[in-house]
Design a protein around this ligand. Sequence first.
Ligand SMILES: Nc1nc2c(ncn2[C@@H]2O[C@H](COP(=O)(O)OP(=O)(O)OP(=O)(O)O)[C@@H](O)[C@H]2O)c(=O)[nH]1
Ligand SMILES: [Mg+2]
Length: 220
Amino acid sequence: MAPLQHLTAVLGAAVAALGSVLLIAWKWHFCSTTRRGRPQLQYPPLQPEKDSYDRQVLVLGLDGAGKSSILHYMSTNTVKESPAPTQGFNSLCVNTERFKIDLLEIGGSPNLRTYWNLYLSRAHVLLFVVDSADSKRFPLVRHELHRLLAEQPELPLIVLAHKQDQSDALGASQIHQELALHRLQRKRKFAVLATSIIWAETATTKSIQDLKTLLTEFLS
Ligand SMILES: Nc1nc2c(ncn2[C@@H]2O[C@H](COP(=O)(O)OP(=O)(O)OP(=O)(O)O)[C@@H](O)[C@H]2O)c(=O)[nH]1
Ligand SMILES: [Mg+2]
């Protein structure tokens, strides 16, 4: 590569990296109300240190499990039509009376799963979303979940048995079994919650409200 082209490429990469860092820093600094996530970036930057009142929730799960849809519903009480797969990360702030909850979704596609564990150490709760009707991928889900849990033996865990509106969806206790959650260490706090964003309206609203209540309880 000619020296000038090389220099241009290096400068371009540096500007892109700086832009990512500034964007996420701005987000963490000004995130004082419930809002939808920032535009997606290709590479999810690590979160800077947070003040002690913040609580961080890492939202993971395979591609298509419903992570972005849940965050969208939590912030707007509406269903997002045809959400795009998350190419990097997606975030949401929820203010409660006692603290601010930052939810950070990292996309679930195979290339992004390799980044998941980088974000574990700063999380106060892992929110793991499962498509309860996607039985073919339960072995993969189980593998990915236990791989993460092995790194953080005490990180509290909430598993969402999501898409309960689907006729072939397994219930919360079956998901518990499929994911071998009986193998979890006793000291780990965990729960499995059945959710959907397109149940009959009251059931949807209740399942998302139950999720917020559970998060607040786990984070207190
Ligand atoms: N039936 C049903 N479909 C849902 C539900 N929640 C989300 N979906 C659909 O599932 C698909 C994937 O949803 P996303 O929210 O993009 O999934 P994701 O986990 O964020 O996926 P990635 O960003 O690729 O990791 C979309 O077509 C959603 O409309 C639900 O409760 N029930
Ligand atoms: Mg997503």
